[in-house]
Design a protein around this ligand. Structure first.
Ligand code: HPA
Ligand code: ZN
Length: 332
């Protein structure tokens, strides 16, 4: 049965909705780009990089994540980064992916918005043409920065509306509440962008409430802290607001001490619209299939549970309804 479920996971068409493209930078590519761009990185070899990937919380990860992102300079770098992830998608049979990017992490180093968006978008177009993988791009605002800086990149994004479906909110959660970005999100909505936000990864349920009420989000990224608030759970179920859960990420960042203690199964049983995603797979120990397989083993998820998770990911995607239904029928 275990093998049967693992095979099902590997072979079924899947969607991924919570994936930071910068978080797919594998150490090998990091070295290659560092050399190509003559950038210093504080590691001697891949083993040394991997042994630095021991995190005690979100912030301790973000320090390393932003530091490593500094090797990304040219359009070709962003293309290569995205293409490497798309090859993983092909391997994992991910047929649709909605990826985040963090322009402020690069613009502040002198890289232009155009270089970033064109590199990413060209790789996505090529994967659509060659592998039939569909995709959407979501631009994230860094919540540790001020709202003004967010308005600057929103103005850039407006020029690239044809490529960017929505905006999100990531980086250091605690102390940077959603209400800090209420005006920015309202402006983004006025401009026609859909909104999502990281909330309830480490932060309290109130941040999830504020994302729903103030930022008008279509999905909550992570959201695992919601079970601390029964009224919130009721609201999330009633409105069927998707929660893009990332199990291996949550263990790596010590949100749960062990995958066996993850609350995904509880959330699923309560009727929350949850699914599994990989977040920053180069840092957290695996891509989407690895997340699904390890979670299935740790939480004893049944075939029906896995099917529900995967159907939820298509239902919660920004694909149009016909396309969603087509994939869901295939899975059933
Ligand atoms: N949380 C917040 N910000 C992030 C993450 C995350 O898991 N990954 C990359 N930026
Ligand atoms: Zn994330």
């Amino acid at each position: 049965m275990r093998n049967q479920i693992s095979n099902f996971i590997k072979n079924v068409p899947k969607a991924e909705l919570h994936l930071h493209i910068e978080g797919t930078l594998e150490p090998e590519l990091m070295f290659k780009l560092a050399k190509r761009n003559n950038i210093f990185i504080p590691y001697k070899n891949v083993e040394e990089v991997k042994s630095a990937y021991k995190f005690k919380n979100l912030d301790s990860f973000l320090d390393i994540y932003y530091q490593s992102s500094k090797v990304l300079i040219t359009e070709e770098d962003f293309f290569d980064l995205t293409w490497a992830y798309l090859l993983k998608c092909k391997e994992d049979n991910i047929v649709h992916t909605e990826i985040f990017f963090d322009p402020q992490a690069h613009i502040d180093r002198g890289v232009s918005f155009e270089i970033i968006i064109n590199g990413i978008n060209n790789a996505l177009k090529k994967a659509n043409f060659e592998f039939g993988i569909s995709s959407k791009i979501i631009m994230c605002f860094l919540r540790h920065l001020e709202e003004d800086s967010g308005f600057n990149v929103l103005n850039d994004a407006i020029k690239h509306k044809d490529k960017i479906i929505g905006v999100g909110l990531d980086s250091s959660e605690i102390g940077n509440p959603p209400k800090k970005f209420e005006k920015l999100f309202n402006k983004a909505i006025e401009e026609g962008f859909l909104t999502v936000a990281h909330a309830g990864e480490e932060g309290p349920p109130e941040y999830i409430w504020d994302c729903i009420n103030l930022l008008k989000v279509k999905r909550i990224d992570h959201g695992v802290q919601c079970l601390k608030d029964d009224k919130l759970v009721e609201e999330l179920i009633k409105k069927q607001i998707p929660l893009t859960v990332c199990p291996l990420s949550n263990v790596k960042l010590c949100v749960f001490d062990n995958l066996k203690n993850h609350n995904l199964k509880k959330m699923l049983i309560r009727g929350l619209r949850v699914m599994v995603n990989s977040d920053d797979p180069a840092y957290f120990g695996g891509y989407l299939n690895q997340n699904l397989i390890e979670t299935h083993l740790a939480l004893n998820l049944k075939l029906e549970d896995i099917k529900n998770l995967i159907i939820n990911s298509f239902k919660s995607s920004f694909l149009d309804d016909d396309k969603k239904n087509e994939w869901i029928e295939k899975i059933n």
